[in-house]
Design a protein around this ligand. Structure first.
Ligand code: NAD
Length: 295
């Protein structure tokens, strides 16, 4: 953290207002985290239901903290008042930073990023919360890649300390310093990493998912694997449950990017158990059914 604090001192502007694009699992969490740490945020999605869900999730986290006596009722309303929602890009025109958190598709992300760049001031920092897609690849859609980098949060955002800040070839030092400062403002632990598919954490996590998928192909039951990894090995959750938390659609998109990025190292998942569940609309906790059934 001391290295990050030193880097953050070189930030050239203060983040007073943020924009988040995509109000899903991650966008909702990022908006909450920014607001609870005092930085107002505009959250944009193409679906009203997603915006409503994002706000409900923020309200639930705050209500839990209130009940546990960790925060005051004033803090609850103060935080919620700092989150505004919209379905229109032009409401993002006054933000200092944008965090893009739409679906893990290079095609959708490049289109969204270039639309956003057209509505925000030229020096607005644009970041992507992509899990796996190369930042340089996304930067190709932008006229000012110097103001662009990755800002990769982990799920659930309010609990996971780490944020990977991904430096693209053309990202400026000032952008990295300012995004580091914002991550610290949000109470997170930033690390700056170089660009490659999956960055750092997902280069470890996705081979683990691939190993899990191969075990399923060998006929091992997923609850048995989860039980061993959780109860006996001692990890907080097993791979099937973790896939349900991440979202099986997101995990499938991300593993496709990893397989394309490292064709000799990563097996292709198109036929794997995770992709098959996603193809059957079992997306995990986000729609109540994945490896397990919820609700
Ligand atoms: P999600 O499916 O929960 O949410 C995606 C949201 O994007 C949806 O609400 C959708 O309506 C919205 N969207 C789609 N197209 C849009 C557009 N053109 N403009 C605005 N909104 C649009 O997905 P998620 O899990 O929140 O993942 C979002 C990003 O975060 C992905 O890049 C993913 O790889 C990354 N990520 C996910 C996790 C995880 O555990 N789920 C962790 C870290 C990073």
């Amino acid at each position: 953290k001391s290295k990050s604090k030193k880097l953050a001192k070189q930030a050239t502007k203060k983040i007073s207002r943020a924009g988040v694009i995509g109000a899903g699992i991650m966008g909702g969490g990022i908006a909450y985290q920014s607001a609870v740490k005092g930085v107002p945020v505009v959250m944009k999605d193409i679906k009203q239901e997603a915006l409503d869900l994002g706000l409900t999730e923020a309200t639930n986290i705050l209500t839990k903290s209130l009940k546990r006596g960790r925060i005051s009722a004033k803090k609850v309303t103060g935080t919620l008042n700092k989150i505004t929602t919209t379905m229109h890009n032009n409401e993002l025109e006054n933000v200092d930073i944008v965090v893009e958190a739409v679906v893990e598709s290079p095609k959708v992300k490049t289109a969204v990023l270039s639309q956003i760049e057209k509505v925000v001031p030229e020096d607005t920092i644009i970041t992507s919360n992509t899990s796996t897609i190369s930042i340089d690849r996304l930067a190709e859609s932008l006229e000012h890649p110097e103001y662009f980098c990755g800002m990769h949060f982990f799920n659930p955002v309010h609990k996971m300390p780490l944020v990977e800040i991904i430096r693209g070839k053309r990202t400026s030092d000032e952008t990295i310093a300012t995004v580091t400062a914002y991550a610290l403002q949000m109470g997170k632990t930033p690390i700056v990493v170089n660009d490659c598919p999956g960055f750092l954490v997902n280069r470890v996590l996705f081979p683990y998912f691939a190993g899990f998928s191969l075990l399923l192909d060998d006929g091992v039951d997923f609850p048995a694997i989860d039980k061993v990894m959780e109860k006996d090995f001692g990890w907080p959750m097993g791979p099937a449950y973790l896939c349900d938390v991440v979202g099986l659609d997101t995990a499938t998109h991300a593993s496709e990017v990893m397989a394309a990025g490292f064709p000799e190292r990563m097996p292709h998942h198109a036929e794997g158990a995770i992709a098959k569940l996603a193809a059957a609309d079992r997306f995990g906790q986000k729609n109540g059914k994945g490896f397990y059934q919820y609700g």
